[in-house]
Design a protein around this ligand. Sequence first.
Ligand code: FES
Length: 573
Amino acid sequence: MTKKLRSQSWFGRTGRDGFIYRSWVKNRGVPHDQFDGRPVIGICNTFSELTPCNSHFRTLAEHVKMGVLDAGGFPLEFPVMSLGETLLRPTAMMFRNLASMDVEESIRANPIDGVVLLFGCDKTTPALLMGAASCDLPAIGVSGGPMLSGRFRGGELGSGTGVWQMSEEVRAGRMSEADFFEAESCMHRSHGHCMTMGTASTMACMVEALGIGLPGNAAIPAVDARRNVLARMAGRRAVALVRDDVAMSRILTRAAFENAIRALAAIGGSTNAVIHLLALAGRIGVPLELADFDRIGAGLPCLVDLQPSGTHLMEDFHHAGGLPAVLRELGRAGALHADALTVNGQTIWENVKDAPCWNRAVIRAFDRPFKPAAGIAVLRGNLAPDGAVIKPSAATPSLLVHRGRAVVFEDIEDFHRRIDDEALDVDETCVMVLKNCGPKGYPGMAECGNMPLPPKVLRKGITDMVRVSDARMSGTAYGTVVLHCAPEAAAGGPLAVVRDGDVIELDVAARRLHLAVSDAELARRRAGWAGPPRHPGRGYYKLYVDHVLQAHQGADLDFLVGGSGAAVPKDNH
Ligand code: FES
């Protein structure tokens, strides 16, 4: 290591400034030799009791610290804004970019040479990766790990997925409220994040597939001792990455993103990953666009039988071999950039080429997949000129080509007001349309695209209908749900002028989403469009609504795209 560490611009100083920079840090008993030029590793912690999925992160951070000390580094833990998916309103997504600013500025402003990012719940992962990418120091991600499998009355109960299923059962009158309450205590039995292949698990897989996390990062349960070992190893590796001067941009290359897109298809991962990967690529300067997800991933099979697309849970995935077993299948099929570098110093293929699979019911072979051609499909048409997405692996095959009458909800309040009304003119052949739930419209792009079905349809035993919106969908949800229509309604996209009774045509194989209304009529309607909904005119809300990009651009704030590097800011005295 010949390069002068940035931390020495603080701790390596003499005189008054050096005294100030070191003396306050010593107040908790730090020996003087910790300031001798060894790598300072920041441990970026999203612990919060308001983020239940990350509530074990104090312990996890201690294991990272031990690893940093093992390798001769100096660990310094710091908190950043945490984002709890279930509690934050209007939606955690609105704060992803704010948290990323916190991460970026915290890293750049402090005497940090490398960073370990502790994330778990959905938005914490992209927020930390994005913020760190804009600094481009050596970095390594450590996911908190999934919860143990939910158990309810002799069966497995998956995070989120079980809620959507059971709440429809309650609305159809087939499950009692008392049973529903009981299930509440059975679903989440341990520390960790959602244990379905929802957004958190998907993003943990993306971390591993991108090579920015260690092998095993995605699936080791949060409460398994090996999760703590992984955290400790990450601490050790962070020191090595600083010594070897391996910045994030050496890992997060175009090849790494292509590997992640392929892994996303192979795990049947969350549609949210599309937005997060686009935003992350924008921060690190890798050209990536929505069409790449279709071009690179759509033809690939889903190899993993996990909820919400399948039946098993993350604990089963771990015991079956986890993501290394999936990546090995991709590699053997020629669907992996084998030489992409990862944070353990090896290529991704070196990491996974001998990875075993212990349970073919959970992780299938490439030539005997769980579902064929299951990658996220990007739809185009006059209803989404800049694109929309659908996850075919979570959809009903018979609905992937469909023509139906639109039943339109102007916003989520309108939906809640009318969906249970027996007088609502809807049947299972209709296409439910939801407006004003995109980045600007909600604001924050809520996870409400998988609209619950009308009770009178549910009572017929129908479990799926085509739904179209500018919203997102929880990674734990399922159905024939077209999401992320861009431009969104609140930005004046065509969705804004869809009316009850219009005919919508969906053809996933042809990648087509079409509103059967003439251009002249659409232009006439657009001329009479009332404009976007009004939102509070101050603070972060205003900043967000004024600057958020559309879904196909990653929904980052326009002025956050790219990075400012890690140059040492000027002195504060
Ligand atoms: Fe945190 Fe699902 S609510 S991961």
